[in-house]
Design a protein. Structure first.
Length: 433
């Protein structure tokens, strides 16, 4: 019989970067963790499609602080995961964000100062001097790329903020494998090519049932199922209590050759550009990754069937993202044939994740994380572990929100910001969060 004074069995649903971070933290706290994933290995689903940008421009202090704490952990990745073989690498090339109605620089400066993010404000002249490849023109608000208005001349110029502590992780799947190997070293087990089909009962969780017919005991179950998270909430009987339910969204990221003056180590930085509705970053090997910021002029592509949606890039998606990028980076060559990948995001209405308990004791949520939470992976495990620990000690997070200490920054953050029962936050309404 399990000693109630000691942590017992835990099941993490999903072996993406979020699930593996949670598995590591819970294993180090003494839980007997099993991670269940339908894929063949850690990070093989949507995590592998991440642009893996590390940046700090969010619209809430908690989000900014969590991102900076995580960046410090990425810089000490070997210290975080231990001796696990080849490690993913953090390229600290810096992150740049242009002024826009969605991301006001004065608001970001205030938040950065509160948290300790190092920043520089560049006027157009300074940005030209620092990154000559970028055109600081004011082109927004975003309009469809197939209209004459899109090609109109700039009607002014923009200032921007540069944060030298930003950058990107070179291999998101390897980073996930690093976390998985560290979790294994701490005692976690993994079950691949299988999925959770039931969390029996309606009271505190006791076990999960798998499609293969196996039953796994569990006093803690964490839903980190990515695009399948809503289905997992339905299986557990907690879907109706979530006021910011997740929904799978198809997204494309495209790859082109980086122009001279914008390669890694030669002027390339991570760029967030809500003025045009795009983001892009350099990648080792002389390429550029380009994605979109869901501008209001472009329709969203919601996925109705996760077993059957297009996973190859489309010409229209390519033109939307790459043409917008090319206005900001005019020396970029736009090849006629699209190259890149398409995947499913798991998003909430406000693009802020849900890290929370539920009304069902032992069932926890780490959902709605797609698009803007990879950077926070080093800290997500600690977030969920704090919520698990609070419930175990009789604290009601719904009434008395947990505050999490960030040891490197010497700050604490309010985890109530990520509540499943929140009124949607007034943020950017995009992947920026």
């Amino acid at each position: 019989m399990t000693n109630p004074a000691l942590p017992g069995p835990a099941v993490v649903v999903g072996a993406g970067v979020v699930g593996c971070s949670i598995a590591l933290s819970l294993s180090r706290q003494g839980y007997a963790v099993t991670v269940v994933d339908r894929g063949p290995q850690p990070g093989s689903a949507t995590t592998s499609s991440s642009s893996a940008v590390v940046r700090f421009h969010y619209t809430h202090r908690t989000a900014v602080a969590l991102a900076l704490e995580s960046a410090l952990m990425w810089k000490d990745w070997s210290g975080v995961v231990g001796p696990v073989g080849d490690l993913a690498r953090f390229y600290e090339v810096g992150a740049l964000v242009y002024d826009s109605p969605l991301l006001r620089l004065d608001t970001l400066e205030r938040l950065f100062d509160e948290v300790g993010v190092v920043w520089q404000r560049w006027d157009p002249q300074a940005s030209r001097a620092a990154v000559p490849a970028l055109d600081p023109g004011h082109f927004g608000p975003p309009v469809p790329v197939d209209t004459d208005e899109f090609f109109a001349d700039a009607d002014g110029e923009l200032a921007c903020l540069f944060t030298p502590q930003g950058g990107f992780i070179d291999d998101p799947q390897l980073a996930t494998a690093n976390l998985a190997d560290a979790a294994r070293a701490a005692g976690a087990g993994f079950v691949f090519r299988d999925s959770v089909v039931a969390v029996p009962g309606t009271g505190p969780v006791e076990c999960v049932e798998l499609e293969s017919g196996r039953s796994l005991p569990a006093e803690v179950v964490v839903n980190a199922a990515g695009p399948w998270s809503a289905r997992m909430c339905e299986i557990a009987g907690v879907l109706d209590e979530i006021t910011v339910p997740t929904r799978p969204l198809r997204q494309e990221v495209h790859v082109i050759e980086a122009p001279d003056g914008f390669a890694v180590g030669h002027g390339g930085v991570c760029v967030t550009d809500a003025d045009l509705g795009t983001y892009f970053r350099p990648h080792p090997g002389g390429t550029l990754l380009v994605g979109g910021l869901e501008p209001a002029c472009d329709p969203l592509e919601w996925i109705e069937d996760l077993e059957d949606y297009p996973t190859t890039v489309t010409r229209i998606g390519y033109e939307r993202n790459v043409h917008r990028m090319a206005r900001r980076l005019p020396d970029a060559a736009v090849p006629p044939r699209p190259v890149g990948l398409a995947s499913a995001y798991d998003v909430t209405p406000d693009w802020v994740p849900v890290y929370d308990k539920t009304s069902r004791a032992g069932f926890f949520l780490a959902i709605g994380t797609s698009g803007n939470q990879f950077k926070n992976a080093p800290m997500i495990g600690a977030v969920i572990a704090a919520l698990v620990d609070a419930e175990r000690n009789g604290r009601d997070h719904d009434v008395d929100p947990v505050r999490l200490a960030l040891p490197r920054l010497g700050l604490d953050v309010d985890l109530g910001y990520y509540s499943r029962r929140r009124t949607p936050h007034a943020g950017t309404g995009s992947v920026v969060g």
